[in-house]
Design a protein around this ligand. Structure first.
Ligand code: GNR
Ligand code: NI
Length: 172
């Protein structure tokens, strides 16, 4: 079941999300719904607070080549164990901030631990777009959006555009 994605500004996108004690059937269903919502958007990642659930759950699939095998990842309680000193910049976007993009600099590589959909502990090092995306998603679990890395002027300009978009959406 596809879920609707919250648009910034929304108080739920600013909250610290709670760790998941263990994986349940309800949480697996939520993860499946999030993947469906992400692929439909389309997007390369989605965090539970974006669908209004304040749990530490993210999904991602950064395989972007047309026709390539999809690689959906479901991460409960993801944690960054180590980050590279080397950084890289990507033009980031967010499904909760539609049609707005900005360069964000982050560590190029991150080592991440998480619990997978079967409740198994996992650990992997990500680079490239995967590293950017997993950091962007984990930020969502801490109430942080990519626009929080921008200067106050740019951030305010984007927030005002989103307020107008939400007003227009409510009228339509
Ligand atoms: O679909 C998305 N694309 C994207 C591009 C660059 C950096 C991060 C992202 S994540 C975003 C989906 C989203 O909002 N996830 O929270
Ligand atoms: Ni996002």
């Amino acid at each position: 079941m596809k879920r609707s994605i919250l648009i910034h500004p929304d108080p739920r996108l600013k909250k610290l999300c709670a760790p998941v004690p263990d994986v349940s059937d309800d949480l697996r269903k939520l993860a499946d719904d999030m993947l469906e919502t992400m692929y439909h958007a389309p997007g390369i990642g989605l965090a539970a607070p974006q669908v209004g659930v304040l749990d530490r759950l993210i999904v991602l699939d950064c395989v972007k080549e047309e026709g390539a095998e999809p690689k959906p990842l479901v991460m409960f309680n993801p944690e960054i164990l180590a980050s590279s000193d080397e950084t890289s910049s990507y033009e980031e976007g967010c499904l909760s901030i539609p049609e707005q993009f900005a360069e964000v600099t982050r560590p190029s590589e991150v080592e991440v631990t998480w619990m997978d959909r079967d409740g198994n502990a996992r650990k992997e090092t990500f680079d490239g777009l995967w590293a950017t995306c997993v950091q962007h998603e984990i930020d969502h679990l801490n109430g942080k959006l990519f626009i929080d890395y921008l200067g106050p002027m740019k951030r305010q300009m984007i927030t005002r555009k989103m307020q107008k978009l939400k007003r227009d959406m409510a009228r339509a």
